[in-house]
Design a protein around this ligand. Structure first.
Ligand SMILES: Cc1cc2nc3c(=O)[nH]c(=O)nc-3n(C[C@H](O)[C@H](O)[C@H](O)COP(=O)(O)OP(=O)(O)OC[C@H]3O[C@@H](n4cnc5c(N)ncnc54)[C@H](O)[C@@H]3O)c2cc1C
Length: 494
């Protein structure tokens, strides 16, 4: 959402998805229509900016999370791209051949309706072509990791009556946990469309190993009279695979083309968006002439370790959930003191485990780039983070900590388009820095920040924020050889 804000898209994104008052909660129940055993409270979009006291309302950000299905997100992005000067969209066009030399990339493809062939020559190619990426194969990248973490029989269906059959208030995600068949139900439009995940067990190797209709009725807890209409079958395999390289010459891979993992923590697409943000500023700087050759190496050096880390978080979480599903006692649905105790215990355990993935502040804000040649480290250790916890920090490589400026204005809205030198001591002369940036053509904005507004994370007088809102350097004075620093951050060095 911070990246959408930077593009001016966060409001339009926020205005779509579930109805504005539909709870974004995650509920744990014995069945969809059964007893509720715990609930992770996540505000509806109407209350997102004002809600307090929840497990994800403390995040220091101007853009709290927004739960939005890709069915709603993609049209917004598409419209934005279509209206952006310089972008041409070719729908129904498949790229089937690619070659490159030191000067350019040439992609050849076919219009799937007219069979007309076309050839496109460009400076660079970014393969955002998903898990089966052809670009990944063309550049010779190999995926490695765990091929199958789990299989999921997934059904997208319409059932207008379902929302009214619940005994409890609606939630965005509702987990059914029982000894017969556990699964998840996600509200898609908040009215009548739903996505149901039936997690197949290790001894159910095929998607149709389990009768789909039976599993849907078990997870929902409804009888044979319940009516629903299957819109599509969306079965999927959860994997943990990361490519061994993200670039070859002038071709890059980004998003699912470069990494695939079990959809935990809502982090699949988020990671792809962060990849794109990282790569786009570096490529743009290079093409503008002020970014050096080494900037092109930065994308893989910075993003690959993060995606590896997230892939492990997601896989471990998927295994932990699988273990929980395998150990549900029969009595969880009994109307007995033992049954009540099981519901209480399992409800608490599921809350504790899953609040980390659904309120994953660490994955969003805690990660840092610690091996980048384009970042000037100062020897300070980066603060550790987990899936849900993190500490805002200006240690170079971390996300530029957010602060509210005068009149409740967001720091992020005042950052320059490219690099921003945050000055916390107005008496400090930054003209040498500005001159060095000017000499190298590096666009730099100097922004004064009132020290008493800056918060604990800002412990230096100067902090340099990159276009992707990560810290490139910090210090209390202008470094002696300032041109060296400017050359380092713009990727111009041997
Ligand atoms: C069940 C499930 C639930 C998920 N839930 C979440 C979630 O809650 N939150 C989240 O953040 N992520 C989630 N994800 C992950 C998320 O869907 C993916 O990470 C994301 O869609 C990847 O985006 P992408 O653009 O990299 O690839 P894709 O979305 O796969 O897009 C690739 C595009 O490239 C096109 N293409 C492919 N080959 C060619 C070619 N040769 N020529 C031209 N075009 C081509 C395809 O047609 C497609 O349009 C989930 C995934 C699954 C399976």
């Amino acid at each position: 959402m911070e990246i959408w804000r930077r593009l001016g898209l966060s409001q339009v994104m926020r205005n779509t998805g579930l109805p504005e008052d539909y709870p974004n909660d995650v509920a744990y129940r014995t069945r969809f229509v059964g007893d509720e055993i715990s609930r992770i409270p996540i505000p509806c979009r109407r209350d997102r900016y004002t809600a307090t006291g929840g497990p994800d309302t403390w995040w220091p950000t101007p853009e709290p999370p927004h739960r939005i299905n890709q069915l709603f997100l993609e049209p917004v992005l598409f419209e934005f791209a279509a209206a952006t000067p310089g972008i041409t969209i070719l729908n129904r066009t498949m790229v089937d051949t690619f070659h490159q030399d030191s000067e350019a990339v040439v992609c050849e493809g076919v219009n799937l309706d007219s069979n007309e062939r076309l050839s496109i020559r460009s400076d660079f190619l970014i393969g955002c072509d998903g898990g089966k990426s052809a670009v990944r194969k063309w550049i010779g990248a190999k995926l490695s990791g765990t091929d199958v973490v789990g299989r999921v029989q997934s059904t997208f269906f319409r059932a207008p009556s379902l929302i009214h059959e619940q005994k409890h208030p609606p939630a965005w995600a509702t987990f059914s946990i029982n000894a017969s068949r556990s699964g998840n139900v996600y509200a898609i439009d908040g009215k009548e469309t739903w996505l149901l995940h039936n997690y197949l067990r290790p001894d159910e190797p095929e998607f149709e190993s389990v009768d789909r209709d039976w599993a849907i009725r078990e997870i929902l807890g409804v009888g044979p009279d319940f009516k629903y209409e299957v819109i599509s079958k969306e079965d999927w395999v959860g994997r943990r695979l990361v490519a061994d390289k993200f670039r070859e010459g002038r071709a890059f891979i980004c998003g699912d083309a470069a990494h695939l993992w079990f959809p935990m923590a809502g982090y699949g697409m988020n990671a792809g968006i962060a990849d794109a943000m990282n790569l786009s500023w570096q490529l743009s700087a290079y093409l503008s002439g002020w970014g050096g050759e080494r900037l092109l190496d930065g994308y893989q050096i910075e993003r690959q370790p993060i995606t590896l880390q997230v892939s492990n978080f997601a896989m471990n979480h998927a295994y932990a959930l699988q273990a929980k599903r395998e150990k549900v006692p029969e009595n969880i649905e009994y109307d007995t003191p033992e049954g009540a105790a099981s519901r209480e215990r399992i409800g608490r355990e599921l809350y504790d485990l899953n609040v980390k993935q659904y309120c994953c502040g660490g994955l969003n804000f805690g990660y840092f780039y610690d091996q980048s040649p384009m970042i000037a480290y100062d020897g300070t250790t980066h603060p550790t983070y987990s899936m849900d916890q993190f500490t805002s920090s200006t240690v170079p490589g971390c996300r530029t900590p957010h602060v509210w400026l005068e009149n409740k204005q967001s720091l992020y809205d005042h950052l320059g388009h490219w690099f921003t030198l945050l000055r916390l001591d107005p008496s400090l002369d930054t003209s040498e820095f500005e001159l060095a940036a000017q000499q190298r053509g590096l666009p730099l904005k100097v922004l004064d920040i009132c020290p008493h507004l800056a918060g604990d994370a800002y412990v230096h007088k100067l902090v340099l924020s990159r276009p992707d809102q990560h810290v490139a350097w910090r210090g209390n004075s202008i470094p002696q050889n300032i041109l060296n620093l400017v050359d380092q951050i713009r990727g111009c060095f041997q």
